[in-house]
Design a protein around this ligand. Structure first.
Ligand SMILES: Cc1cc2nc3c(=O)[nH]c(=O)nc-3n(C[C@H](O)[C@H](O)[C@H](O)COP(=O)(O)OP(=O)(O)OC[C@H]3O[C@@H](n4cnc5c(N)ncnc54)[C@H](O)[C@@H]3O)c2cc1C
Length: 466
């Protein structure tokens, strides 16, 4: 272990000596170079601070000892999964300890008869479904980052994803949690039963709490039987965003249950075609990709295609072949890389009632024009959740200021349409100043009361979320 000269000199060193004695050898990292990869996340607008140390605990007892130490010394704590967050919530704070759960990767127990799995927080999300595949089960929430993010980070941000339109978000898949509180005590919430109304729903309180109330160390998750058929897939393009928006509303209104319903706007279609040719219609205003799974998947597909036709689709391709499904989805999966190739990207995340999607797309177009920047859009249309991606010139000295202004205007547009400033990425550091635009004074007060009750000395991710 190297000297902790980064924050607070000899005082910091003596505090760290106490911590190192309490934890296993190798758990505490204080060499600035080794701490580097644990400082930031994927939010390009948030500059990480200089932590006192990074901790890589290997078990519940170590997390508990670390937080008891933080509580005693008043040291801020930043919980961290894989650092794939897009709102700066896992970015290190000056003088903090970053508690990264990456070594807690055990799948503790699978109960196929109860369709449950108990996992530690550092498990990579995609590993859960792989692990339970042999029981013909799967874990539904699938953020696009599911191969690189941790389940702990998904729980702390209440992550969404492509399949959530049918299967629900992370919150809908969790039954119980093991959490280390700010003073080091261990709290167990919920249980292993599908129904449970004993006491307040503390499980849901911690889901989406962005590391501000405690550190989630393990969770009991609900699994689902793997669909017997599908996925079957359609791709449709539209000449106007209104037609695409109307199609989404119509699919839902008719009681159809797509297992995925994604949208790309004109700018995103072209960004993807520029990046890798897929023969998408470059003139289309919007493109929808839909899927269905389960025993009635073919029937669902036929009905969704009829809705697309009625909504005026200019091109419609459908396939029952799961291999084609991957090919048809591959354009959607390239959105992140296609925009990264254009410049520095800020991936925004706003939600509106589905019937207002077209209005939101137009409002985002107006923001792009006003600031002379590209803002291609991709999103989970079935949930009314869009990701406008701000593309900034890498050599523009004003890029940061422009991005912040544009992002704020997009959030305001979403609120004006009855929506939210974040559908799934969380408030983090990035959107904290805008939260009061969505939550009223009483809701903000309630948040502060809950925080004060569970984290009275305010050490858990201070200054984040609210
Ligand atoms: C390419 C790409 C695609 C993405 N697609 C999606 C998507 O489709 N849907 C979506 O919702 N998100 C998406 N994201 C955002 C991100 O992957 C999610 O927010 C994810 O849940 C973060 O997981 P993580 O392990 O990386 O958490 P981190 O980034 O490390 O942390 C995120 C937040 O959770 C807190 N936290 C982390 N672990 C714990 C814990 N154990 N206990 C308490 N608090 C904790 C942190 O303090 C921070 O506030 C995407 C990101 C990228 C880079």
């Amino acid at each position: 272990m190297n000297g902790a000269t980064t924050a607070g000199g000899s005082n910091a060193r003596s505090k760290l000596d106490v911590l190192e004695r309490a934890l296993d050898h190798g758990t505490v990292i204080s060499d600035p170079e080794l701490m580097g990869p644990y400082r930031g996340d994927h939010a390009n607008l948030v500059d990480p601070g200089e932590p006192l140390a990074v901790l890589l605990p290997g078990c519940l007892g170590e997390v508990s000892a670390a937080l008891a130490w933080s509580h005693a010394y008043g040291v801020p704590v930043v919980a961290r999964g894989a650092g794939t967050g897009l709102s700066g919530g896992a970015a290190a704070l000056d003088g903090s300890i970053v508690v990264c759960l990456e070594r807690m990767r055990q799948i503790r127990n699978v109960a196929p008869d109860d369709q449950l799995v108990e996992v530690e927080a550092g498990v990579i999300t995609a590993e859960i479904s792989k692990h339970v595949e042999r029981f013909d089960l799967f874990y539904p929430p699938d953020p696009s980052s599911f191969e690189i993010s941790t389940i702990g980070g998904n729980l702390a941000t209440n992550a969404g994803g492509l399949r959530c339109v049918k299967y629900g978000v992370t919150r809908d898949a969790v039954l119980g949690l093991e959490v280390v509180l700010a003073d080091g005590r261990v709290l167990h919430t919920g249980g292993k039963t599908v129904k449970n109304v004993a006491g307040y729903d503390l499980t849901r309180l911690f889901v989406g709490s962005e590391g501000t109330l405690g550190i989630i160390t393990a969770a009991t998750l609900r699994l689902r039987p793997r669909p017997v058929r599908g996925p079957v897939t359609f791709v449709a393009t539209f000449a106007t965003t209104e037609a695409a928006g109307a199609c989404v509303s119509s699919i839902i209104r008719r009681g159809l249950t797509p297992s995925l319903l994604e949208l790309m706007d004109h700018a995103m279609i072209n960004a993807i075609e520029d990046y890798r040719r897929h023969d998408l219609d470059r003139s289309a205003a919007a493109l929808l990709i839909g899927q269905a799974d389960g025993p009635d998947a073919p029937d669902q597909l036929e009905k969704m295609c009829s809705v697309c036709d009625e909504a005026g689709a200019t091109m419609l391709v459908a396939s029952h072949d799961p291999t084609d499904a991957e090919a048809l989805l591959s354009a959607r999966r390239l959105a992140y890389f296609a925009t990264e190739a254009l410049g520095t990207t800020i991936i925004e995340d706003v939600g509106v009632p589905r019937s207002r999607l077209a209005e939101l797309i137009h409002a985002i177009g107006a923001v792009a024009e006003r600031h002379h920047i590209q803002i291609p859009i991709v999103g989970h249309a079935g949930d009314g959740n869009l990701h406008p991606t701000l593309v900034l010139a890498r050599d523009d000295p004003n890029a940061r200021a422009t991005a912040l202004e544009a992002a704020q205007e997009i959030c305001t547009a979403a609120l004006d349409l009855g929506g939210t400033i974040t559908g799934e990425h969380g408030v983090g550091a990035l959107k904290r100043a805008w939260l009061a635009g969505e939550l009223d004074d009483v809701a903000m007060w309630a948040h502060r009361q809950v925080k004060a009750a569970l984290d009275p000395s305010g050490i858990m991710n201070p200054g984040r979320a609210f």
